[in-house]
Design a protein around this ligand. Structure first.
Ligand code: ADP
Ligand code: ADP
Length: 229
C-alpha cells in the first residue's frame, strides 16, 4: 500500500498562471521521495495536490493505481498524514496534543498511545524524557519539541503515506538532523515524501527530485545529487 504516482500533472492557482508543469513521479510503496527546491518552487503545492486540497488542471495522480479524484476525502485523509512546518499546539499535555482528533481516545488511550510502538520509540529517544512528561500540563516546548509532538500525532494515525512538508525547516540544523535520523530509524516501510529547501535535510531518500519554478529540473539518488552539490 501507498504507491503514489503523478502523471503529467499540471496545476495553477489562477487560470493561465501555471505553478506546476509536467510533473511525473513514481513513488513505489514503502519508499522515500525527497522534493527539494527553493522557496516558491511549488513544493507545498505538490504535497497538497496529493490529498486533493486542490484539484489538478490536467494529468493524473494515483494512489495504488486509483485516480485520487475517484477516492473519497475520508479515505484520502486516512491514507495520508501530513506534518506541516509550523505546528500550533493546544495549551494542554503532550498526550492530549498527540491524540487530538483521534476519535474515542480517553485519558488512558492517550497516555498509552503516546508511549505506544513507534511513537514511544520516537519520544523516548529524546534526552528530555518525554515519556514521563506525557501527562504534564502547560508545557513550554521548543520548536523542535513541538515538531516531535506533531510527528508523533501523525504517526499515531498510522497512514500508509507520510508527508513531511518542511516539517523541520524552521529548526536549527542539529535538531533537524536529530529528528530526521530518528524518523529514518523508525519509519522503514512507509511511503514517505520529504519536502525541504535544503538538500542537507535529507538523511535518506530512495529518490530525490529538485523542483524549480514548477518543473523537475533534476532527479536522482542521494549520492548523485550530493556529488553535484
Ligand atoms: P514552495 O513550497 O516550494 O515554497 P509553494 O507551493 O508554497 O512553493 O508555492 C508555489 C507558488 O504558488 C508560489 O509562487 C506561491 O506564491 C504560489 N501560491 C502558493 N499558495 C497559493 C495560493 N493559495 N494561492 C495562490 N498562489 C499560491
Ligand atoms: P486527521 O484527518 O486524522 O486529523 P491530519 O492531522 O494529518 O489528519 O490532517 C487533517 C487534515 O488537515 C488533512 O487531511 C488536510 O486536509 C489538512 N492539513 C493538514 N496539514 C495540512 C497542511 N500542511 N496544509 C494544508 N492542509 C493540511
Amino acid at each position: 500500500r501507498g504507491h503514489v504516482r503523478f502523471e503529467a500533472v499540471e496545476f495553477g492557482y489562477d487560470a493561465g498562471q501555471p505553478i506546476l508543469k509536467g510533473i511525473d513521479l513514481d513513488v513505489p510503496p514503502g519508499t522515500t521521495l525527497a522534493v527539494v527546491g527553493p522557496s516558491g518552487a511549488g513544493k507545498s503545492t505538490l504535497a497538497r495536490l496529493m490529498y486533493r486540497f486542490y484539484d489538478i488542471g490536467s494529468g493524473r495522480i494515483t494512489i495504488d493505481g486509483q485516480d485520487i479524484r475517484a477516492v473519497t476525502q475520508d479515505s484520502l485523509r486516512a491514507a495520508i498524514g501530513i506534518v506541516p512546518q509550523d505546528t500550533v499546539l493546544f495549551n494542554d499535555t503532550i498526550g492530549y496534543n498527540i491524540a487530538y482528533g483521534r476519535e474515542g481516545a480517553g485519558e488512558a488511550d492517550i497516555a498509552a498511545a503516546a508511549r505506544g510502538a513507534a511513537i514511544a520509540g520516537f519520544i523516548e529517544r529524546q534526552p528530555e524524557g518525554y515519556a514521563t512528561r506525557v501527562g504534564e500540563r502547560g508545557l513550554k516546548l521548543s520548536g523542535g519539541e513541538k515538531q516531535r509532538v506533531a510527528i508523533a500525532r501523525t504517526l499515531l494515525k498510522n497512514p500508509p503515506i507520510l508527508i513531511l512538508d518542511e516539517a523541520t525547516s524552521a529548526l536549527d540544523s542539529r535538531t533537524e538532523a536529530e529528528i530526521m535520523e530518528t524518523l529514518e530509524a523508525i519509519e522503514r516501510g512507509r511511503t514517505t515524501v520529504v519536502i525541504a529547501h535544503r538538500l542537507s535535510t535529507i538523511v535518506h531518500a530512495d529518490q530525490i527530485v529538485v523542483l524549480e519554478a514548477g518543473r523537475v529540473v533534476e532527479r536522482g539518488s542521494h549520492a548523485d545529487l550530493l556529488a553535484h552539490g
